[in-house]
Design a protein around this ligand. Sequence first.
Ligand SMILES: Nc1nc2c(ncn2[C@@H]2O[C@H](COP(=O)(O)OP(=O)(O)OP(=O)(O)O)[C@@H](O)[C@H]2O)c(=O)[nH]1
Ligand SMILES: [Mg+2]
Length: 337
Amino acid sequence: MGPTGGNGGRGGNIWLRASGKLSSLTHLKDTYIAQDGKNGGTDHRYGRNGKDVEIEVPVGSLVKNSQGSVLIDLINSGDGFLIVSGGAGGYGNKEFANVDNPTPRTALPGEQGEIVNAEIELRSIADFGLVGLPNAGKSSLTMTITNTDLEVSDIPGTTLIPHLGHITYRDKVSCSIADLPGIEPDQPRAPRFLQHCARCVSLIYLIDGDDFHEQHVVEQFYIIRQHLADYDATINAEVRELELAKSKFYDRYDQDFETNDERYSSLADKPFIVCISKADQPGREYRAKMLNDELANFPDSSLYFPKAIETSAKDLTGWSALQFLLRKIFHFFLIKQ
Ligand SMILES: Nc1nc2c(ncn2[C@@H]2O[C@H](COP(=O)(O)OP(=O)(O)OP(=O)(O)O)[C@@H](O)[C@H]2O)c(=O)[nH]1
Ligand SMILES: [Mg+2]
């Protein structure tokens, strides 16, 4: 009697699964390897399939291949994506048996599994994005209105990765706020983390109301505007480069692309409201007046509410007004969608 090897097991797959419990990508490893399939056994026994690997990623993870093309956008909790298929198992001798040769010695080894290089980018699905200069009090404000525990300190640059907080209203409606890192005023390029604003319904510009702040409240407002606008310019330039490279009719001297595509719509065009922090500090009325005078003349209709909301994480000034306004905005855009 000849060999009686059964078929080998398939190699494990690798899945990505969106989880509403995660809010960052810091837990991810550089490399994941799924288990090999087991060899087939004697007496025609099949080998066991390799175990699948499931990698949890936050909701809002955008998965790209090494060329930068989007493979999938995981926007609902529980969404799964098979990113790497395990190789098929090998064929044992019994597969090659026939009338002429009932006990063949031939067998085929299993297939090599896929190797996939992918990049995962997180674009938070937050309803509101909180933007402002370092130390403006973004994390403190998020903690106050969402009851979330976040790291706060007087060292600028405390928040390095975005965090989500949730406000749950009495009628169980819930909306989320992304507490983002601070925008450095002198940074030449718009910071990458502004990508988290792309999906927000609306933005909250938080102006630092510290009595001794280096930048005037109005100046801070325009620094935020400038960075939001610059972010789009950076992305536009990158997208244009890609499109130019891809274009069959590539003309390096005279290429004019349409810019009214959705991708080109600016973060500076997102509806926004303005808050001033640290309203417990002296000079509060003066700062609010300076900013409100500017906002009263601000020509852009993306400003949702024409006055700055004064807030304090210390004495809770503005806490309920802000919650109320966010609820209004949330409702307004939800109905519009
Ligand atoms: N007096 C006063 N101080 C505040 C208030 N909110 C925040 N601070 C202080 O301001 C400093 C910065 O607060 P954070 O909440 O960490 O500021 P942030 O904008 O998140 O800072 P980055 O993450 O570094 O961008 C801390 O020392 C806070 O204690 C406030 O309402 N009143
Ligand atoms: Mg912070």
